[in-house]
Design a protein around this ligand. Structure first.
Ligand code: NAD
Length: 491
């Protein structure tokens, strides 16, 4: 695409057993770029038969990979990280073209972070200790970490390569073989990555089957041939995944939706200094990545005593966010990932108006003209209302923020926690005690205190309540891909 940093093939197959493999039923679907709303390649449309072939390959590869030393696995996975780093620009363009998010995000954050996750997890697995404990008498209990075997992974479209890395890095480091299903909206960038790294791994250790949820995702998640399913996506799909997994009694990790509160205490406005600026930027993050972030700060809670002035400045700042061609390096708000997503967002703008919320700015579809006229662009929208409204309770997954006020600390925490979800949250205060207490009192797996929207490998990430089960991005994630062997030895 632009700058010809990437050349997509016109057709992608599945990646199974170390080679490109045609779909058993012979069907393909189109991958559409949200940047211009046009198809750019064809993708194999997976079915249960393709999942079976991938599981055959994974089962053939799993024993040797699981028995390889952590040093051997580290050498392979560090090489993957090196190849990602060496191809950052190309992968960033591929990701932006496939997903619509600005190149400044993919280039500076998503792709480098993907490489870092491989390095983090191979280091974590090498540093893992087993343990032993002397029992009564002449018996000792030894504990070992063993891989699970073959695992299934299903990911969404909002950070395709990074979501794949979040899942693959711990699973492969721990010695499992994987069958991965990318989202049907954004398979191409992952397949570009597979082309780069596929041969580094022994054949069958990583298999990628493309396709739709009901046709390829369900047979994977419900297969009795996987020892674990890891899923990221909507909470409603997560419920189905749990049902499928229950039939086979396999561990399940779920990274689901969110409705993250971003709380601004009034001491933020004490001075119009760097801290104030940072908090303002923290507000505007709802619009970056087009709001297609599971931890999008989609509810802003502003203390009454500075509500009007803080919101006034935030509205001005939001209006200045640069929306445009996602491939331009100064673009801050790009394209929504799909037409369905665009329509969903526009329907929520209508819902907000109908339920009596006040639209302060934005909310219209944007026509960028020229080649981009059919791309999926929408103006970031700010609504004022109250926490009982659907705008405040349902995940929109777009550049829409619902703003409300609070009286005092207790009121802020009550509103923040009054939701089904518990994934992310932000707290902004110059008072360390207030900020820390709020960080502890908010029911969410990740609370950013005086910052927002960083996802370093190493910082545990995951949901409370209906936002999920399990943790990623920290050595804790290894335990989700391992089982404990106890040897009880008498001597
Ligand atoms: P989705 O649930 O529609 O789809 C996610 C994946 O599941 C896709 O690959 C899809 O093909 C597959 N799928 C759909 N139905 C299935 C079924 N019946 N069986 C098996 N697989 C099935 O979600 P989405 O719209 O792609 O992604 C957006 C959602 O992901 C949002 O809710 C967002 O909050 C969430 N998300 C969460 C995190 C997190 O870490 N918690 C990160 C990113 C996105």
């Amino acid at each position: 695409q632009k700058g010809s940093k990437v050349t997509f093939k016109s057709r992608y197959e599945h990646w199974i057993g170390g080679q490109w493999t045609k779909p058993v039923k012979g069907n393909y679907f189109e991958d559409i770029s949200p940047v211009n709303g046009k198809p750019f390649c064809e993708i194999a449309r997976g079915t249960a038969e393709d999942i079976d072939a991938a599981l055959d390959a994974a089962h053939a590869a799993a024993p040797a990979w699981g028995k390889a030393s952590t040093t051997e696995r580290a050498a392979v996975l560090n090489k993957i990280a090196d190849v990602i780093d060496a191809n950052v620009e190309m992968l960033a363009v591929a990701e932006t073209w496939d997903n619509g998010k600005p190149i400044r995000e993919t280039l500076n954050a998503d792709i480098p972070l993907a490489a870092d996750h491989f390095r983090y997890f191979v280091a974590a697995v090498r540093a893992q200790d087993g343990d032993f404990q002397e029992m009564d008498g002449d018996t000792t209990a030894y504990h070992y970490h063993e891989p699970l075997g073959v695992v299934g992974q299903i990911i969404p479209w909002n950070f395709p390569i990074l979501m794949a890395a979040w899942k693959l890095a711990p699973a492969l480091s721990a010695g499992n073989a994987v069958v991965l299903k990318p989202a049907e909206q954004t398979p191409a960038s992952i397949l570009v990555l597979a082309e780069l790294i596929g041969d580094i791994l022994p054949p069958g250790v990583l298999n990628i089957v493309n396709g739709f949820g009901a046709e390829a995702g369900k047979p994977l998640a419900s297969s009795p041939r996987i020892r674990k399913i890891a899923f990221t996506g909507e909470t409603t799909t997560g419920r189905l995944i749990l049902q499928y997994a229950s039939a086979n009694i396999i561990p399940t990790t779920l990274e689901l939706g969110g409705k993250s509160p971003n709380i601004f205490f009034d001491d933020v406005s004490q001075e119009k200094d760097d801290f104030y600026d940072k908090a303002q930027e923290g507000f505007v993050l709802f619009a970056f990545n087009q709001g297609e972030v599971c931890t999008c700060p989609s509810r802003a809670l502003i203390q009454k005593s500075h509500y009007d002035s803080f919101l006034g400045d935030a509205v001005e700042r939001t209006k200045k966010a640069i929306q445009g061609n996602p491939l331009d390096t100064d673009t801050q708000v790009g394209a929504q990932a799909s037409n369905d997503q665009l329509e969903k967002i526009l329907s929520y703008i209508d819902i907000g108006k109908q339920e009596g919320a006040t639209l302060v700015c934005g909310g219209d579809r944007v026509d960028l003209g020229g080649d981009l006229a059919d791309g999926y662009y929408v103006e970031p929208a700010i609504f004022e209302g109250n926490n009982k409204m659907r705008l405040f309770q349902e995940e929109i997954f777009g550049p829409v923020v619902a703003v409300t006020s609070f009286d005092d600390y207790d009121d802020a925490i009550q509103i923040a926690n009054d939701t089904l979800y518990g994934l992310g949250a932000g707290v902004w205060s110059r008072n360390g005690n207030t900020a820390y207490r709020a960080g502890r009192d908010i029911q969410a797996g990740r609370v950013w205190v005086n910052n927002y929207h960083a996802y370093p490998a190493g910082a545990a990430f995951g949901g409370y309540k209906s936002s999920g089960i399990g943790r990623e991005n920290n050595k804790l994630a290894l335990s989700h891909y391992q089982q404990t062997k106890n040897l009880l030895v008498s001597y």
